[in-house]
Ligand binder design. Structure first.
Ligand code: NAD
Length: 272
């Protein structure tokens, strides 16, 4: 029950009905007897500037999770943002400081890594491949480099995006070897699909983000991950599982990220 004394967090996007964060956060707040609640806000683009001013003045609001289409639009309008948000020009969470200042970060990559740690994946000196260099893929690539991979390969349908992200990562992480479009998956300890391929696919849809011949070069020691949340086990993951690879699903990343989002807003511990 929301009371007058309840502290609030929000999630903003448009559309918003499909997001799972409110039920996940509110269940956690209830289970842990926290007088905090999350509201879902479907915001019209024309209201964005007023919304930011409202956030600054909203004294019982601790923070706000940001989803499509506002991740980039909000990154340039906050009072301060993390180094990775500045580099990637994107935020997925805002903390409201007690004086009303709004501070942003992007924790998709950290959420991904938290989930991967549960599969005993430690990025230090490992070789990883990220398919898809959009918002989520770039954030995962950044976090993998920050966590110490020795080699990161990236791929995308858009060669321009691959080149832009490659340049950004080489500038920020000069010790990491950044390559593109590998001919074999054999060297990799981790291969992650961060493209939307497979999202909402029917059971008979076998769409994959990589050609089959390349998929067949996967080794059984490789952790194969997907960010797609529905279905949980995509064709990509099912293929890897049949080969004998350990897999990590999109819902695992989403769940792990709750702690990163909640901790940044100051309403949960990092590990929940
Ligand atoms: P985006 O549109 O910013 O980027 C997607 C990228 O994938 C684009 O660069 C596109 O060119 C590329 N792409 C598309 N098809 C490809 C293919 N066949 N091969 C290689 N690259 C391809 O999208 P986004 O915001 O990064 O979201 C990506 C996915 O992540 C969505 O399905 C979204 O639902 C999911 N997501 C999951 C979580 C989670 O916690 N699990 C969190 C956020 C988003």
């Amino acid at each position: 029950m929301i009371q007058g004394s309840t502290e609030l967090v929000a999630i903003v996007g448009s559309p918003i009905a499909q997001v799972k964060s409110p039920e996940n956060f509110n269940r956690w707040f209830a289970d842990h007897q926290q007088n905090v609640a999350m509201l879902a806000i479907d915001l019209a683009p024309s209201a964005l500037q007023n919304f930011i001013q409202t956030l600054r003045g909203w004294q019982n609001l601790r923070g706000c999770v940001v989803t499509v289409p506002y991740k980039q639009l909000l990154a340039s309008r906050l009072d301060s943002i993390s180094e990775r948000s500045a580099a990637l020009r994107s935020v997925n969470v805002i903390r409201r400081e007690a004086d009303g200042r709004l501070v942003g970060d992007i924790v998709d990559g950290e959420g991904f890594l938290s989930a991967a740690r549960k599969h005993d994946f430690n990025a230090q000196d490992k070789q990883a491949m990220v398919i898809g260099t959009g918002g989520v893929g770039s954030a995962i690539a950044w976090s993998l480099c920050q966590a110490g991979v020795s080699h990161l390969a990236i791929s995308d349908l858009s060669q321009q995006r691959v080149e832009m992200l490659g340049e950004l990562l080489r500038g920020a992480f000069p010790k990491v070897v950044i390559s593109a479009n590998p001919a074999s998956l054999e060297p990799f300890d981790l291969v992650v699909n961060a493209s939307p391929v497979g999202m909402g696919a029917a059971p008979d849809d076998k769409a994959m983000p990589l050609p089959l011949a390349l998929m067949q070069t996967l080794q059984t020691r490789t952790l194969v991950a997907d960010v797609v949340t529905s279905p949980a086990v995509t064709s990509f993951l099912a293929f890897a599982q049949r080969l004998g690879c350990p897999i990590q699903t999109g819902p695992e990343m989403a769940l792990a990220q709750l702690g990163n989002l909640g901790h940044f807003m100051g309403v949960t511990p990092l590990q929940i």
